[in-house]
Each structure stands twice: as structure tokens, then as C-alpha cells.
Design a protein. Structure first.
Length: 259
């Protein structure tokens, strides 16, 4: 692509996402992904961890108007200041929620629910018009192959009922900025004829275990002494697509020390 044309494409992309001031934009050729997310609440204790929710979402666009490549892998790395606690939290088995509607999945595994989200996509069948797809995502605490995991139950009823399970494996790192990574591979059969336009997921859950209150996610605002806020790399989100392209971005956020 000539330099002038490339500049025009980038300018158009920036205009498309201009209203999303806190979002990060990544691009490879004509493929763009807008990453966004954050934590709540923003005000946290300086040294002791408190319950938080974590939200991450990604929006996929191809400026040419062509069908985006299929998503094959997604990973969400969370700053090591955020800790996942599953002690005493019930787990859900894949066999309990596959196949199932969202309501059926909740009836089977509500006690293991750790988050919710939404997805928007499209179904593109040969020689037919594209059909919009959208629905809900339910995240359940699970153990897969002996390791902590999240079963993401994806369900939509339009144009036809469809149910899918995406397994997010949870990995812990002993060093580095990001201590916990959620990673999922999407097999070809999951989106053979469809493609993703947007997906969002918010993780949050408090529960009681042995008389003590626990939170699925917790963190502190580790600002230096004398400072009332801290800016930190909250998360690194990556998406890999069927054509070999991988887009990622680090989301920088700010927390405040709770008074």
C-alpha cells in the first residue's frame, strides 16, 4: 500500500473510533481491532485487596467492507496486582451446559457464575446474504484438565438457536507485569461460517466460604506513599485470526487510593 493511501486508511479508522476516547486501536493492514476495558471500582485501598470487577471487550472491523477473518485465539492478561480467588467457589462441568440456552445454563450452574458478556457477529453462508448474530455470554468457574478455567457459554437465538462453549484456561506467571492470563483457542468448527464483530466480558463475583467473604477478583491501588493515585498497565488483550494476523494492545488505566 502506498504511503498516502495508508495514511488515509489510518485516518478513516481513527475517525471511526474517535468517540471511544479510552479505547486502544490496533491494526494490521485493513484489519482493525478496538480494545477497551477497565476495573470497578476505581477507588481501592492502598495495601489491602478489595473486591473488583474486570471488563474487557474487543470490536473487529475491516475497512474495505469485506468479511473479517475468523477469530482463532483470544487471550486476556491481567496485571499481577489483580488476584483470582476460587477457594470454595462451586464449579460447572461442560456436560451441564452443552447444549443449553442461557436460561438452562443458569439453572444448571448459577452457583458457579463468575461473569457475563455479549457478542455480535454475522453468519455468511455461500451464495446467501449475511445474517446478523448476537447473544449473551455466561462465564462459569470450572476445572479443566486439573487446572482452573472458565467455561464461556455463548448462546444466541437469532436467526436460529445456537449454543457454543469456549474454554478459557487460566495460567499464572511467576514474574512480569501480568500475573494471570486467560487464553482460549476457538476451533474451526465454532465459527466455520461466521465471524466476530464484537465481544465483551465482565468478570465479577462475591461469595461466602467458611463464614468469610471472598471475591473472584480483588486488587489494591498500590500508589507510592504520598500519592493518591497510580497509573498502571491494567491488561494486555490479544486476538489471533485465521489468516495469521495477530493484534494486541496494552490497556493503561488509573486507580485512586480509597480515603
Amino acid at each position: 500500500m502506498r504511503r498516502g493511501a495508508a495514511a488515509v486508511v489510518l485516518a478513516v479508522a481513527l475517525l471511526l473510533f474517535a468517540s471511544l476516547a479510552n479505547a486502544e486501536l490496533a491494526e494490521r493492514g485493513n484489519l482493525f481491532v478496538k480494545f477497551d476495558g477497565g476495573i470497578a471500582p476505581m477507588a481501592l485501598p492502598r495495601t489491602e485487596r478489595a473486591p473488583i470487577s474486570v471488563r474487557v471487550d474487543g470490536t473487529v472491523r475491516v475497512l474495505s467492507g469485506e468479511r473479517p477473518p475468523a477469530l482463532r485465539h483470544i487471550s486476556i492478561a491481567i496485571n499481577r496486582g489483580g488476584v483470582i480467588d476460587t477457594r470454595g467457589l462451586p464449579t460447572c462441568r461442560r456436560s451441564q451446559i452443552e447444549p443449553a440456552t442461557s436460561q438452562q445454563a443458569l439453572e444448571a450452574c448459577r452457583s458457579a457464575l463468575v461473569g457475563e458478556g455479549r457478542y455480535v457477529g454475522a453468519l455468511a453462508l455461500p451464495e446467501q446474504d449475511r445474517f446478523p448474530l448476537q447473544g449473551g455470554v455466561l462465564a462459569f468457574n470450572a476445572v479443566v484438565d486439573g487446572q482452573r478455567a472458565i467455561l464461556a457459554h455463548v448462546y444466541g437465538g437469532d436467526p436460529v438457536p445456537n449454543s457454543r462453549i469456549i474454554v478459557f484456561h487460566i495460567h499464572q506467571a511467576h514474574s512480569g507485569t501480568f500475573g494471570t492470563t486467560l487464553s482460549a483457542a476457538l476451533p474451526v468448527r465454532l465459527n466455520r461460517s461466521g465471524y466476530l464483530k464484537k465481544i465483551s466480558l465482565e468478570l465479577r463475583r462475591t461469595f461466602v466460604y467458611r463464614g468469610q467473604k471472598h471475591s473472584y477478583l480483588s486488587a489494591a491501588c498500590s500508589a507510592p506513599a504520598g500519592f493518591t493515585s497510580a497509573t498502571f498497565p491494567f491488561s494486555k488483550v490479544s486476538m489471533a485470526f485465521a489468516d495469521g494476523r495477530k493484534l494486541s494492545s496494552v490497556l493503561i488505566r488509573t486507580c485512586k487510593v480509597q480515603k
